[in-house]
Write a protein that binds this ligand. Structure first.
Ligand SMILES: Nc1ncnc2c1ncn2[C@@H]1O[C@H](COP(=O)(O)OP(=O)(O)OP(=O)(O)O)[C@@H](O)[C@H]1O
Length: 198
């Protein structure tokens, strides 16, 4: 990516109406520019997670467009990451699978490297997953409620992972923690309930 490309959006969401068997959110429009941390805020059930899922084509797009720039690489941290309990994977192996093992793991992650993920606490696994997304090379990182289960120290560590992001990387983050969004996002887009549902 050249410097000129820093003025062009990595992703343009235009008039997106998305959902499952029927629409649940939209129309929603926003751009995500290189280097920015964009927050999505709104009430429970407004469709914030669905917007992220529509970007990765996991949810259905009923109208509008999602235009990634050419060759955009995306990683998605799901709201309730689930792992098959029988999978005997160590923390460091998860990072390898997600191509996040080339950077030195931060101090708070290191104790988790040799621990089987099915023996981690909810908060430990959540933080490891967030690092697995933010420690890789994807240009656009989608984070869905990354602060779930995290205590104060882990939230601060997560904020540091986010602050360490450099262009062209951009982060699109959904969170209920209004303070966390305000402190860590360059911009916040409000997602409201669809009028038909209100
Ligand atoms: N897989 C699915 N199939 C059908 N409907 C779904 C599915 N997932 C979510 N929904 C519905 O879509 C609507 C939006 O859900 P979504 O999870 O996107 O909202 P949200 O704003 O992220 O909510 P929260 O803040 O509570 O996490 C809700 O009414 C929800 O019940």
């Amino acid at each position: 990516m050249s410097n000129d490309d820093n003025n062009k959006p990595l992703l343009t969401v235009d008039g997106l109406v998305a959902g499952y068997t029927g629409p649940v959110v939209g129309p929603v429009s926003f751009d995500v520019f290189p280097g920015e941390v964009l927050g999505l805020s709104g009430p429970n059930g407004a469709g914030k997670s669905t917007v992220l899922k529509a970007i990765t084509a996991e949810a259905k797009r009923f109208a509008g467009t999602v235009r990634p720039c050419q060759g955009l690489t995306v990683t998605h941290h799901q709201q309730r990451p689930e792992l098959p309990p029988e999978l005997p994977l160590l923390g460091r192996e998860l990072l390898k699978v997600m191509a996040a093992d080339r950077r030195d793991a931060p101090a708070i992650i290191r104790p988790l490297l040799d621990r089987p993920i099915n023996r981690m606490s909810g908060g430990q696994f959540q933080l490891l997953e967030a690092w697995a997304c933010l420690g890789g090379d994807a240009e656009l990182v989608l984070l869905d409620e990354p602060t779930n289960n995290l205590d104060g120290d882990a939230m601060e560590a997560l904020a540091e992972f986010i602050r360490a992001a450099r262009p062209p990387r951009a982060i699109l983050m959904v969170s209920h923690e209004r303070d966390f969004l305000q402190k860590n996002c360059s911009r916040i887009v409000e997602i409201s309930h669809r009028k038909a549902e209100a």
